[in-house]
Design a binder for this molecule. Structure first.
Ligand SMILES: [Ca+2]
Ligand SMILES: [Ca+2]
Length: 509
């Protein structure tokens, strides 16, 4: 089976956008046919509320004065569910404090977010019975009627020790698991993240968090930056297929992954280790993996490009065999699925001829995520003049950006980055914004899609060149659309945006 045509070539001069999306729709269909979390997450601690909820600010990590404070399902990456305890007894998130409306004291007064100002209505004491006590009012934080539904607005009420008043301030550092779906990134240095610690896993984690998935990356190895919420992985630099195979069954028995992401074979090609036999070795590895974890789904990719033509030629022969290896095992009832990774990158995305740049790893993450959500994910670079323009802003080069360039200095009232997006159908899309924010607090852009009123997109601060991915639901018209990011609060940069159609959910994440 030939390697698939690159569905969204980053080097194509002017991809008719609709064609690009349509091609990836076909890719999404093809993918379907083939068939812990170290919260360096946001700073601060969660406040566990009644019914396994978390104390949350209404709206996505925006939090202006008066923003309602409510219960919501816990989301480990949500900045507005992480609260810092200040020395004056206040609890702070998004730069503001948990506040009783009007500094009130009456039972039933709602709580909100407000500028930290040291008033008595912002003082909270954790008590041993699990309540959060406000000394000024003599009352406790309370969920009305003991409600636990998402969006339940909180209030103060007479302290009564009931479940409605159980609010426990957590410890700031989580473990390497958030209790979600276990995913094992498995492979060699490209999984380990050679040159760029965390590799594709950092952006993949960001995609998962952007869509509210809770996942536990598993494996015996660990590395990566703060924006990678779970550093566990099973990437072994320099290892070939046979070397991974010697340990793979033990690894999956140790961690019971639900989903395995496998990119392996590069070292077989680089070492010229019987490349002709590599497909058979891959088949053996997959057999051992699926025997050891028959309930797991194994997503198997072909290899990203190699710069050396001789190595690349070997790899392309191997790549061409991978879909057949996968389909033969799938025909036996084994849960294996092919993911076309070669087409996600070009040699321009390599740092050293073998390993991706940071931007290349980001493209790998987008392709893995496309498979995991069974939906095409198309990337639109901020710097591509075919469809993107900046006004009173610029396009600096960036060592960590996809394509090596980002949009920056969106600093003034009239500054913006604007895309001309051509969409294949009218309806709902999921947009992912790869943004950089080194301000130390949440920054925003004002997003305008066509003629709709402007909305706010908020980005956590991981540091400049440490990219976050934020998900936004947008409605596009078939054909031409205008998507504009204008300056909001403080200063954030944009590397690229991605669009996904809303595909069928998979059980893999
Ligand atoms: Ca983990
Ligand atoms: Ca870019």
């Amino acid at each position: 089976m030939p390697a698939p045509e690159p569905p969204l070539s980053r080097t194509r001069r002017r991809p008719p956008a609709a064609a690009g999306l349509a091609a990836l729709c076909l890719l999404g269909a093809a993918l379907l046919l083939g068939t812990g979390h170290a919260s360096a997450a946001p700073a601060g601690a969660t406040i566990a509320g009644p019914g396994n909820t978390c104390v949350d600010v209404s709206g996505d990590d925006v939090g202006g004065n008066g923003a309602p404070v409510q219960l919501w399902a816990c989301q480990p990456q949500a900045a507005d569910q992480h609260w810092t305890s200040n020395t004056d007894g206040s609890l702070e998130t998004l730069g503001r404090c948990l506040d009783i409306n009007g500094n009130g004291t009456a039972a039933g007064t709602q709580v909100e977010l407000w500028d930290c100002n040291g008033v008595g209505g912002q003082v909270w004491q954790q008590r041993s019975d699990g309540s959060l006590f406000n000394p000024q009012s003599g009352r406790c934080l309370d969920s009305p009627g003991g409600a636990t539904a998402d969006g339940t607005r909180l209030q103060i009420w007479d302290c009564n020790g009931t479940a409605a008043q159980q609010f426990r301030l957590g410890t700031p550092s989580a473990g390497e698991s958030n209790g979600g779906v276990r995913i094992m990134p498995l492979g060699d240095s490209i999984t380990d993240g050679f040159n760029v610690p965390g590799g594709y896993r950092a952006d993949l984690w960001q995609y998962l968090a952007a869509d509210g998935h809770t996942d536990d990356f598993v494996g015996s190895q660990s590395n990566g930056p703060a924006r990678l919420g779970d550093h566990d992985h099973e990437g072994h630099p320099g290892w070939r297929i046979d070397e991974i195979d010697a340990h793979a069954a033990d690894w999956v028995r140790a961690t019971s992954p639900r989903t395995i992401l496998l990119h392996i074979g590069t070292n077989d090609m680089v070492q010229n280790h019987d490349p002709a036999g590599a497909p058979a070795r891959l088949s053996t590895l997959l057999t051992h993996l699926t025997d050891a974890a028959p309930g797991a789904d194994v997503l198997v990719s072909d290899l990203i490009p190699l710069a050396d033509p001789v190595l690349e030629s070997r790899a392309e022969t191997y790549d061409a065999a991978v879909p057949g290896v996968v389909s033969a095992l799938a025909a036996q009832g084994r849960h294996v699925h092919f993911v076309p990774m070669h087409s996600a990158l070009t040699t321009a995305d390599l740092a050293d001829g073998v390993h991706p740049t940071a931007g290349g790893y980001s493209k790998m993450a987008a392709r893995w995520y496309s498979a995991l959500i069974s939906s095409p994910v198309t990337r639109w670079e901020a710097e591509n003049p075919a469809y993107a323009t900046v006004h009173d802003a610029d396009l600096p080069s960036s060592p960590t950006a996809s394509g090596g360039v980002k949009a920056g200095h969106i600093d003034n009232a009239d500054s913006y980055l604007q895309y001309a997006i051509t969409a294949p159908y009218t309806g709902a899309y999921r947009m992912y914004v790869r943004a950089g924010n080194g301000m130390g607090s949440v920054c925003t852009h004002l997003l305008t899609v066509d003629d709709a009123p402007a909305t706010t997109v908020a980005y956590p601060s991981y540091g400049w060149e440490e990219w976050s991915i934020t998900g936004v639901d947008v409605h596009l018209q078939q054909g031409a659309n205008t998507v504009r990011f204008a300056k909001g609060t403080c200063y954030a940069e944009i590397d690229a945006i991605d669009f996904a159609t809303l595909g069928a959910p998979t059980p893999w994440i």
